[in-house]
Design a binder for this molecule. Structure first.
Ligand SMILES: [Zn+2]
Length: 167
């Protein structure tokens, strides 16, 4: 057996992240995040968006995953670790990524409204930013996008149904 650790590919990590969104029946927008240690080949934290369920606008999947990983690592410095998220991080999450000194960010779908990793803003690669993690966007983007589209379709359908009921 080869004793050398073989780290997972970006696609393999994204598939693991997408798994957290399987059979999604929550009121929150389906977005998931993982924190991965390429040195040990272990996923150390995972989280999903809980903004609505927690009634807290800071409860994005990336923030929760960073909090969990920091607690597990007993350090607020997550240098060397990789964050995987199904949707491009927003400004708040990009800020948390920079503060945590995460070394690499892999994301799925682009977010043309709030994306801060290349779409609307590019905080992670801004020359003024204190650190510059490696950023790989658009990994299995169609899969993440499909999950989001299915979710919004379901919401619209439920809204129409509700209107029909109230009539
Ligand atoms: Zn966010």
């Amino acid at each position: 057996m080869n004793s050398q650790t073989i780290s997972k590919t970006n696609e393999q990590l994204m598939l693991k992240c997408l798994k957290l969104l399987e059979n999604w029946n929550q009121t929150d927008i389906p977005i998931a995040a993982l924190i991965y240690n390429p040195q040990t080949d272990l996923i150390i934290a995972g989280a999903v968006n809980q903004k609505e369920i927690e009634i807290d606008p800071t409860e994005h999947a990336e923030i929760i995953a960073i909090r969990k990983a920091s607690k597990i690592n007993k350090s607020s410095n997550l240098t060397g670790l990789t964050l995987i998220t199904t949707l491009e991080p927003c400004q708040m999450c990009a800020g948390a990524i920079l503060n945590s000194k995460i070394s690499k960010v892999i994301f799925g779908a682009w977010d043309e409204k709030f994306g801060a990793a290349g779409s609307v803003w590019d905080l992670l690669r801004d020359p003024l930013s204190p650190s510059h993690p490696e950023v790989i966007g658009g990994v299995l983007a169609e899969d993440s996008k499909q999950i989001l589209q299915d979710f919004f379709k379901k919401i619209r359908k439920n809204k129409i149904n509700n209107i029909n009921i109230s009539l």
